[in-house]
Design a protein around this ligand. Structure first.
Ligand code: 5GP
Ligand code: MN
Length: 341
């Protein structure tokens, strides 16, 4: 029996004919590759896993998930069978899959540059490119089809609409869990902008279909280890304030990672911590990586941090953006940011 869906899809950004076109593309092709951005978050992994499961349910046997990055530890419960291939661990095989693919799906980003080491081989592949995403600033000409719903808080909720339009029964327990994890993480557990009445109705439906909000939250977040707690302590010590306490900047260095046996995935949540400080309207987290420097930029209300992110070569959303800079010391990057901002 078909379940009635609680929230029928209607979006001002995506037309039903785009969904129909997607169904045609899926129907008439057989070799698929799914990819997403580097340093994946819950929405990136959740939406990729959900879309993979969807294509499999449509009878597609030749579907590969290929990523630049390893899945962070806290998200491996979403990919228990390890279906996501890491490009650097099987480069030749991945190159063949990408070269021979009929269709490449880019999820949770609209820019192949964000697939890092995959960018060139993806762009050079003769495969049709399809983008499903919720970020601003898509260049539609790069894709034969794009489904960019910038009102949605997560790519996972864009997929929910697609699945419901196709057939709500596609959302089995696993798919419900993937989508719920994606929406929960990208909304900061339902507190960031773009969390709407619809978000809760969609999540209610996902819970009805088997996603357990307590277990998914627990697996994702209640797993701080000693190293991460000390890293957070060091990060808190590093925080400095500017512009009458409205701008807070915190840094994480390679030395910190070494000292506390931690990695970039342990920085997850630090930007939200900055924004929880009274009076702070803008927050920058500067993370020194081995071969680059990662910036997480956050703002509140009408402060559009995406414009600033774009001015330094990054992008993202109005209140949550990021950028990648050349490798340098966080102290230098901080000076640069203060001059530019
Ligand atoms: P986060 O700070 O959580 O890593 O990223 C927040 C948002 O900023 C992401 O959803 C993504 O849209 C954007 N973002 C992060 N890093 C980059 C980057 O290096 N380049 C671009 N264009 N966007 C980024
Ligand atoms: Mn997302």
């Amino acid at each position: 029996m078909r379940h009635p869906c609680i929230y029928p899809p209607r979006s001002k950004h995506v037309k039903h004919r785009d969904y129909d076109e997607l169904f045609r593309i899926i129907e008439s092709n057989s070799k698929f590759v799914i990819t997403s951005h580097m340093n994946p978050d819950g929405d990136s992994i959740g939406s990729q896993m959900a879309f993979y499961n969807y294509l499999r349910q449509k009878g597609k046997k030749n579907v590969s998930l290929i990523s630049h990055s390893f899945t962070p530890d806290y998200l491996t419960f979403l990919d228990k069978k390890n279906v996501i291939k890491v490009y650097r661990t099987c480069t030749e095989k991945c190159n063949r899959l990408i070269q021979n693919a009929d269709v490449i799906f880019l999820l949770d980003t609209n820019d192949f540059a964000r697939t890092k080491t995959l960018e060139k081989v993806m762009e050079d592949s003769p495969a049709k490119k399809v983008c499903i995403d919720h970020h601003l600033g898509i260049n539609k000409r790069k894709f034969v089809l794009s489904i960019p719903d910038v009102d949605e808080p997560a790519t996972s909720s864009v997929l929910y609409d697609l699945f419901v339009y196709d057939n709500p029964d596609i959302i089995n327990k696993s798919v419900a869990e993937y989508l719920y994890a994606g929406i929960m993480t990208d909304t900061g557990s339902f507190r960031y902008p773009r969390t709407t009445e619809k978000t809760f109705l969609v999540c209610a439906d996902l819970i009805r279909r088997g996603a357990d909000p307590v277990i998914i939250y627990d697996k994702t977040y209640n797993r701080l280890n000693g190293g991460k707690i000390r890293l957070l302590g060091k990060f808190i010590e590093s925080i400095t304030y500017y512009l009458d306490g409205t701008l807070a900047i915190g840094t994480v260095t390679q030395e910190d990672f070494r000292k506390y046996h931690t990695d970039v995935e342990d920085v997850d949540g630090f930007s939200a911590f900055l924004m929880s400080i009274k009076g702070v309207k803008t927050g920058f987290v500067i993370v020194e990586l081995k071969n680059s420097l990662k910036l997480s930029l956050r703002s509140k209300g009408n402060i559009n941090i995406r414009n600033f992110a774009k001015s330094i070569g990054g992008g993202g959303h109005k209140n949550a953006s990021g950028a990648t800079l050349e490798p340098q010391k966080p102290s230098e990057a901080k000076k640069f940011l203060l001059e530019k901002y």
